[in-house]
Design a protein around this ligand. Sequence first.
Ligand code: GUN
Length: 296
Amino acid sequence: MIEAQSFQIIDGKHIADVIKSEIAAEVALRRKSGKKIPHLAAILVGHDGGSETYVAHKVKSCEQVGFKSTLIRFEEEVTEEELLGKVAALNQDPDIDGFIVQLPLPAHISEQKIIEAIDYRKDVDGFHPVNVGRSSIGLPAFVSATPAGILELLRRYNIQTSGKHCVVIGRSNIVGKPVASLMMQKSYPGDATVTVCHSRTHNLSEIIRQGDIVIAALGRPGFVKADMIKPGAVVIDVGTTRVPCSETKSGYRLKGDVAFDEVAPKCSYITPVPGGVGPMTIVSLLKNTLLAVQNK
Ligand code: GUN
């Protein structure tokens, strides 16, 4: 029999709102003292529903904290050359402090080529190899937004990480790899013993069950079940798969990688979807943009 524990839901929406107020206060101070107002630009290619929603949230969040924002749209058919031209123009534009190219891009465009064309000093997504490399050895850098958001949640909830076994499920460049790297840094949050699991991992359930902290970022809704979780574990759900839903206006809802209802009673802390990691990703982007203008 599994004994139910009392668990705490990590309220990412609330923490994100608190951080947005902190950023807004900083922007107000800058405005008062005549300093430059942070300006974030976003490039969106095509009309993928998920990307449209994410970029709309990013633009809205800029407004909420008093940033300037510019949305640059291209049709699906845009050539790699045209896109590289826009990236070069944004690199040169002194009014743009940071910019992002929303992923995924159409198959005829090399995402890596685009990422590497971004001036790393404006790469507020933290995807450029210079930022990835610097952050992996603990140097100041733009840390990619989702991993930074996860660490901020652990910090704000004062969750102990030193010496803990952190199991990361997923090895993407955007989440799995950077969050694993950050969790092993000699710092807080960090100092964890990290295992990275992926689609080729043997005995996956057994390994996940060893995790004091489990970070699920594999993009398979409801994959992590109660019998994979050690009692008292901290569970961070990064999954945001859109699944059809007749009860919402949009016709879909977001579903995490963790089967929340059965897993939550076994945890000490757990993030919900939506309202967990997602809102934190956006505030990390805002924080990076503020850092970009402060670095100038
Ligand atoms: N696609 C999914 N997540 C992200 C992100 O954090 N940044 C960008 N640019 N694209 C994404």
